[in-house]
Design a protein around this ligand. Structure first.
Ligand SMILES: NC(=O)c1ccc[n+]([C@@H]2O[C@H](COP(=O)([O-])OP(=O)(O)OC[C@H]3O[C@@H](n4cnc5c(N)ncnc54)[C@H](O)[C@@H]3O)[C@@H](O)[C@H]2O)c1
Length: 340
């Protein structure tokens, strides 16, 4: 357990997600403060520091570890940069919150869990699957677990983005986007993933030519429950994440629009989210607060590196399915007692 005072946190990567986490830690999270911003882009580093007065800027995490008395690190650099930051933080004994995907592929994810087990006495890496902290997802999870509407049969998921970010590849539609569903479906259903299949259909001509957008992803769970995911990178109108659960004696749906409903001049309209920052704002707050509270006790407060590894294995099957067609089995290793 660490001593008194706020957790001294370095935020690594100050882009869309990292910049938002800096503001969150500085303004809404109790028991932590941003001591360092690690960002190679000078203008982004400066903008992030402006949101967290007193924080120092560094281009590399190693420099921040040497230069500031850190307790913790929140990693929000791009997925391929996570392993190096995780190894530095594991070696330095820091508490860790790592944005999803923990790693861009399953081999890297396996190396990370092995390193954590070698370097630390207990799990210290929480992975940023914030949907587990979303109130609606929590209600759906509890309804399914209660059995009050019978057994779960099907999960229909919609994951729509207005537009793909520049440089977003078709593989990233699985490893960076569907990875959320590959974590949340087994969590909702209480059953691990057995196989993943990916279908390309008619392409949206408004999406970049190298994306088979939208994709339809079919996920089979060990319990026999089937999940389908519409992964849509070119919905144009905004950001929409919904899930409908079909149970034996009822149907439950989550994913409310952004707010205001307006009936005006013969039309009814509802405001919709334009991105993840607003759709999951409260979930990110709860996720980061749970992490900070747990870090004060030397623990994690959410999904572990093992969960990040399981999601990476499911993504690997999804990427293979994208290339080969057909359902690709997910081979899940036994959970080590360290992650019990
Ligand atoms: N949980 C969610 O809902 C959610 C949403 C969006 C993004 N993410 C994740 O957050 C991470 C960042 O995504 P983003 O959208 O903010 O990307 P981004 O491109 O907007 O920002 C990434 C930042 O990291 C910096 N960077 C690159 N290499 C670095 C390194 N080695 N050390 C420190 N900084 C480095 C870049 O200069 C950039 O400013 C990714 O893992 C992404 O998948 C999660």
């Amino acid at each position: 357990m660490r001593g008194e005072g706020p957790l001294q946190v370095a935020v690594v990567g100050a882009g869309a997600m990292g910049g938002d986490h800096v503001a969150r830690l500085a303004r809404r999270i109790h028991g932590a403060q941003v001591a360092a911003v690690v960002e190679p882009d000078p203008s982004r580093q400066e903008a992030a520091i402006a949101r967290a007065p007193g924080a120092l800027g560094f281009p590399r995490l190693e420099d921040a570890i040497e230069g500031v008395g850190l307790d913790a690190v929140l990693i929000a650099s791009p997925g391929p940069a996570h392993e190096a930051a995780l190894l530095a933080a594991l070696t330095a004994g820091l508490a860790i919150l790592c944005e999803k995907p923990m790693a861009p592929d399953a081999d890297t994810a396996r190396r990370i869990v092995e390193a954590e087990r070698q370097l630390r006495e207990a799990p210290c890496t929480q992975v940023g699957f914030m949907r587990r902290f979303d109130v609606e997802y929590g209600s759906l999870h509890d309804l399914i677990a209660s059995g009050s509407a019978g057994n779960l049969l099907l999960l229909h998921c919609v994951h729509r983005n207005a537009r793909a970010f520049p440089g977003f590849t078709e593989e990233m539609m699985i490893t960076d986007a569907v990875v959320h569903e590959l974590d949340i479906l087994p969590w909702l259903a209480g059953s691990p993933i057995r196989s993943v299949e990916v279908k390309r259909g008619r392409r949206n001509s408004l999406s970049p030519p190298d994306l088979g957008d939208p994709l339809l992803v079919l996920v089979e769970l060990e319990s026999g429950v089937l999940g389908d995911v519409e992964m849509n990178m070119g919905a144009q109108f905004g950001y929409q994440v919904t899930t409908e659960a079909v149970l034996e004696s009822g149907v439950a749906r989550i994913g409310q629009p952004a707010g205001l409903e307006l009936w005006h001049q013969g039309r009814a309209a509802i405001a919709e989210h334009q991105g993840f920052i607003t759709r999951f704002r409260a979930a990110y707050d709860r996720e980061v607060q749970a992490w900070v509270d747990a870090a004060h006790q030397g623990a994690i407060g959410g999904p572990s590196a093992w969960d990040g590894y399981l999601a990476a294995l499911a993504c690997e099957a999804g990427v293979q399915a994208l290339r080969s067609g057909g359902a690709v089995p997910v081979r899940l290793p036994e959970r080590p007692p360290f992650y019990a």
